[in-house]
Design a protein. Structure first.
Ligand SMILES: [Zn+2]
Length: 334
């Protein structure tokens, strides 16, 4: 039933009706990992699926916006084309350069990269991936873990799947203070599970290089900071917040040779950043920041809280967003 409704909604969407009903709204999509299928990338969207989306947009002459074009619309009031979309990809893993950028280049479309500067500097790999890695290589099936929040988390891999345990533990860690999170992972968590902490970043989680990032810029893509360590800003002290925001801006500036003005919050739920973070961004010279609330970008929104849709893994959901059917639903919901 739902499939039939979606099918007809998407057929109607092809006529441009929804775009007509909801002018001035643009979907910003967020990608994560992109895989060729046989390249060992953990999870993620296939390059084939991504190619089919871009093919659709290309065939129908959609305008794929750059960040500058989006800013001109938001700031100067330049009209947002009704057939427009903007794409972003978060974190800075090797497949973002080797796979995702290659697919976008085939179509001549810009992609906007938010990179964790500590990852590109090979100083760390994201804490949520470290959780998954340690559980996957765990030498014990059961353990009681003392979390940084003081709570106890019971791992029981006999009773609960690895994926579910990882998800629950990540949620628990999101809720607690993250100031000492990386030390805790290395010194406490890996030890409790009997896993040796890797001396270098495991292959699945290796970053693109700064040279890759510079090459992306030369090919017309955007590269922007996504903090230094990917810890959740709202859980950090004022000094740590500043290090994450200013520190990542400085590193990106040094390596890329310009001052990026766009930012994306780690994990990006409204609870994951606060007024202090937005003020810090403003003072550091950023003009826009993205969260992960699934909604359209419109003029009049707070430029430091621009929403993004996760890029769907199936075509029907993708079309629903691209053809603004979701915007009509937003409007009806009031
Ligand atoms: Zn991220």
């Amino acid at each position: 039933m739902k499939e039939q409704v979606l099918k007809w909604a998407n057929i109607l969407g092809e006529t441009g009706l929804y775009r007509l009903l909801c002018p001035g709204s643009v979907p910003v999509f967020m990608l994560h990992r992109v895989t060729e299928g046989d390249d060992g990338v953990p999870g993620g969207l296939t390059a084939e699926q991504l190619r089919s989306y871009l093919h659709y947009l290309s065939e129908r002459r959609y305008k794929i916006l750059s960040m500058d074009e989006l800013w001109q619309s938001l700031d100067e009031g330049r009209e947002i084309p009704s057939r427009s979309v903007l794409f972003t990809i978060d974190d800075g893993f090797y497949d973002h350069h080797d796979v995702a950028a290659k697919v976008f280049d085939e179509f001549g479309f810009p992609l906007n990269f938010f990179v964790i500067t500590g990852l590109l500097d090979q100083q760390l790999w994201p804490w949520d991936d470290q959780v998954a890695f340690a559980l996957k290589h765990s030498q014990v099936r059961r353990a009681d873990i003392d979390l940084p929040s003081g709570a106890i988390f019971s791992v029981n891999l006999e009773a609960q799947s690895l994926g579910k345990t990882a998800r629950e533990l990540r949620e628990a860690l999101k809720a607690g203070p993250q100031g000492e999170l990386y030390q805790w992972l290395r010194d406490e968590f890996f030890g409790k599970l009997g896993v040796e902490f890797p001396s270098s970043i495991p292959p699945d989680y290796r970053p693109m290089s700064w040279a890759d990032a510079r090459s992306l810029r030369e090919r017309g893509h955007g590269v922007y900071p996504h903090t230094r360590s990917h810890r959740i800003l709202s859980t950090l002290s004022p000094t740590e917040k500043r290090e994450e925001i200013r520190g990542s801006l400085e590193r990106a500036g040094e390596e890329l040779g310009y001052a990026p003005q766009v930012f994306a919050y780690p994990t990006g739920r409204p609870a994951d950043y606060d007024d202090q973070d937005m003020e810090e961004l403003r003072q550091a010279g950023f003009s826009m920041a993205f969260n992960t609330v699934p909604a359209y970008v419109r003029r009049g929104l707070d430029p430091y809280q621009l929403p993004r849709f996760s890029l769907p893994e199936n075509t029907a959901d993708f079309l629903q967003i691209v053809n603004r059917f979701e915007a009509v639903k937003e409007k009806l919901r009031g």
